[in-house]
Design a protein around this ligand. Structure first.
Ligand SMILES: Cc1cc2nc3c(=O)[nH]c(=O)nc-3n(C[C@H](O)[C@H](O)[C@H](O)COP(=O)(O)O)c2cc1C
Length: 148
């Protein structure tokens, strides 16, 4: 299966995490394409599996690299009914707006018809000692949801 990994990062932590997830998928024989500046000309907008890895910045805002893509979805409202997605939110629980961007992305995508296939993972950079390992472990949740 081919997975498109959409990265929302400002300072690079999420890119590192997405790389580790991508390696784990490839080791299992899947294809993975990393989109470090997602755009609707490059990310397949039909019949695709997306894994969004999104950090929250500002006061609950999308991280810089994915902000334009999310804005484009908000403005253009494409039909995403053939998209399956899963979501890893990255944030810091010392902020009131903990992982707000991932929650907003979830609401936006489901409102455009995309189907989330498993519970999202929330990574707390304040407390989580090994975020990359947590994300790779969580992949098994996603994989078992796909096989149902
Ligand atoms: C200026 C700034 C604002 C932040 N705002 C939030 C926030 O509102 N909510 C949250 O959960 N985390 C917030 N964070 C924490 C980041 O999500 C966390 O540091 C994350 O690892 C950044 O990922 P990145 O390196 O991929 O950009 C903020 C971090 C910074 C530096």
């Amino acid at each position: 299966m081919h997975f498109h990994i959409l990265i929302g990062t400002t300072s690079g932590n999420t890119e590192y995490l997405a790389d580790e997830v991508s390696k784990a998928l490839i080791e299992e024989g899947h294809q993975a394409t990393l989109h470090d500046q997602p755009s609707d000309t490059e990310v397949p907008m039909k019949n695709a599996h997306w894994l969004l890895c999104i950090a929250t910045h500002g006061a609950g805002e999308y991280a810089d690299s994915i902000y334009p893509f999310m804005q484009s979805l908000t403005d253009n409202r494409p039909d995403l009914s053939s998209i399956h997605y899963a979501l890893i939110g990255i944030g810091d629980s010392s902020y009131d707006t903990f992982c707000q961007a991932a929650q907003d992305a979830d609401a936006l995508l489901s409102g455009l018809g995309a189907r989330r296939i498993c519970e999202s993972l929330t990574i707390d950079m304040f407390n989580d000692l090994d975020p990359e390992a947590n994300a790779v472990n969580w992949l098994s949740t996603w994989k078992s949801a796909r096989s149902e």
